[in-house]
Design a protein. Structure first.
Length: 571
């Protein structure tokens, strides 16, 4: 009986798959492997016939120059061997680094305690945050796997973004009913919408079920948001995992719909003929039958609701901060609390990420600090339940002033004197970090960083810049969202005009245009690569843009020295 006959005689033929949305740590091969082994056991217990893990799940993503170390590559293969031994009664697909005549971004298909096949990633991204051409050789060759009546193929991340990529050949020549796509797709706000449109189109084009499994968690400046999903052959969403959380997403894929779609559409026969005429070949590997019965009781499809834009950005900041602090081994964090909106937001994120007992807020008033901001900083600490310290810097300011007085003689006081205050504060925070093993979180936002409205070795001093990619206008939205159930960030902070308080009556607008104007120009110039003429055509203030663009370009030297921070926009 042919495979088609088998499916036609059993229209309810299906496969229960599990998508293991995991949070690996780059370089923690043993820890990542232990988590994979644990989830294989859970998937088996829940009746899954196949469990898939994300791209480079063994090494974590991106492993970068660890890939240049032969010892790291060997350990990665040793971990794959451990996982292979656990592949009994279930098929396992796991991302790893394959080592042949070169190294490959690979996905191993494991069954019956053996490696049944490996897919090497075809399309290696080399744009934005990706640098895979530096490390990997491109894959070649196509393989499908037959498990009972079900035929599936495997691809990796970028492979799925090409309409005529590997999935096209696996479906039309190899006859795959299911494409399993392993991903390490980084987050930016509302990117999930773009992914869903792409995967939906690919499922419809191939008349396949598509299972898309993604990493979750923070890694330096990148945060991975999960959102693993399954699509039907017609392009309909069939299941979706949660955002920003580890999850084992189970779903039953029924094969009858694939067969019907292909019988009803003669274009697919022509696609197959064209591909075969061009020399496309697909190897078929018949997997050993499972040594246990997979789950048969119907599953209720899982549809996690994606968060709205402001909530998803906030949750991305929390997850990235938690993972950066925990994965680097710090006991807690220390934050300079000014009574302004930026430090209040960073404090709230830190508490939600780590708990109030691991967060210390430090007020460092100068002669220019108002009673209102000092009081508000203490209120934030009280509302969040954090540790609170007040360390005035007046004496330090005066010491610096006297030390530099002979050198500064005959000049007018200006930015240099203002920035000494920020540098006093930076030194205090770093001293607390050294003494107590806490990471300093900086509090500068994207609008300030873009224009250089930040002090090197002052408010830029620290280990992690939580909101460095968050425009000032979004900072306000995030604070209001955090306050939706209770006032954590006092309303007086939200309503007060922003000020660095480095001189009497200072306002941010003394140096910068209103943030609504600035952020619109910043978005057009940085995110959309618009020219001055294009900005004018969009109704933006071209004179303000003409002043800002050189400022943005000139301050790259500062941004290069800033700590890493959470990427929440495309650029």
């Amino acid at each position: 009986m042919s495979l088609l006959d088998t499916v036609l005689h059993d229209p309810a033929a299906r496969l229960r798959l599990a998508l293991a949305q995991t949070n690996p740590t780059v370089g923690d091969l043993d820890g990542n492997t232990e988590r994979i082994l644990q989830l294989i056991g859970e998937a088996r217990e829940q009746g899954a016939a196949l469990v898939a893990f994300p791209e480079l799940a063994i090494t974590g993503y991106p492993p970068e120059d660890l890939l240049l170390k032969p010892g790291f590559l060997r350990e990665n293969l040793r971990c794959l061997e451990r996982i292979t031994h656990a592949a009994h009664g279930i098929v396992v697909i796991v991302g790893f680094v394959d080592v042949k005549e070169d190294i490959y971004n690979g996905a191993a298909v494991l069954a019956d305690g053996a490696v049944q096949g490996v897919h090497h990633k075809f399309f290696l991204p080399n744009y934005g945050v990706f640098d895979e051409e530096r490390y990997f050789q491109r894959g070649r060759g196509h393989t499908v796997y037959r498990l009972g009546p079900v035929v599936f193929g495997v691809t990796i991340c970028e492979d799925m973004w090409y309409p005529r990529g590997p999935a096209h050949t696996l479906a039309n020549v190899g006859g795959a009913h299911l494409i399993v796509n392993l991903n390490a797709s980084p987050f930016y706000a509302e990117k999930w919408r773009i992914r869903e449109r792409m995967v939906s189109v690919r499922a419809s084009d191939t008349a396949c079920h598509v299972a898309w499994v993604n990493l979750v968690g923070g890694q330096d400046e990148l945060v991975f948001d999960g959102h693993s999903m399954v699509f039907e052959p017609g392009g309909e969403l069939a299941a979706r995992a949660a955002a920003f959380e580890e999850e084992l997403l189970l779903h039953d894929v029924e094969i009858g719909a694939v067969i019907h779609a292909r019988l009803a559409d003669p274009r697919r026969r022509k696609e197959k003929q064209a591909l075969e005429a061009a020399g496309a070949q697909v190897e078929t590997v018949v997997l050993p039958p499972l040594t246990r019965a997979a789950g048969t009781a119907p599953l209720v499809p899982r549809f996690a609701t994606p968060p709205e834009r402001v909530e998803e950005v906030y949750r991305a900041l929390v997850l990235a901060t938690r993972d950066y602090v925990n994965k680097t081994g710090f006991r807690g964090v220390v934050i300079g609390i000014s009574g302004g909106i930026d430090s209040a937001l960073v404090a709230a994120v830190a508490v939600d990420a780590l708990g109030s007992d691991r967060v210390t807020l430090v007020s460092m008033p100068s002669v220019y600090s108002s009673a209102e901001t000092r009081s508000d900083g203490e209120r934030v600490a009280r509302n969040l339940g954090t540790h609170f310290l007040e360390i005035p810097i007046r004496e330090l300011q005066e010491t610096w002033r006297q030390t530099l007085a002979p050198v500064f003689a005959g000049t007018e006081a200006g930015v240099a004197e203002e920035n000494l205050q920020a540098r006093c504060r930076g030194n205090i925070l770093m001293a607390l970090s050294n003494k107590f093993g806490s990471l300093v979180l900086t509090t500068g936002n994207k609008s300030e960083m873009a224009c250089g409205y930040a002090t090197l070795y002052g408010d830029m001093a620290g280990g992690f810049a939580v909101i460095k990619d968050v425009p000032k206008t979004l900072v306000y939205e995030l604070c209001r969202w955090r306050n939706r159930e209770e006032e954590v960030i006092p309303d007086s902070i939200l309503s007060r005009p922003p000020s660095a308080e480095l001189r009497p009556d200072q306002k941010d607008t003394d140096s910068l245009p209103p943030y609504e104007v600035l952020d619109a120009i910043l978005h057009a110039y940085v995110e959309e690569d618009r020219s001055l003429d294009e900005m004018a055509g969009l109704g933006l203030d071209s004179e303000v843009a003409r002043r800002l663009i050189p400022l943005i370009d000139r301050n790259e030297y500062k941004r290069r020295q800033a700590p890493p921070g959470v990427k929440i926009t495309p650029k």
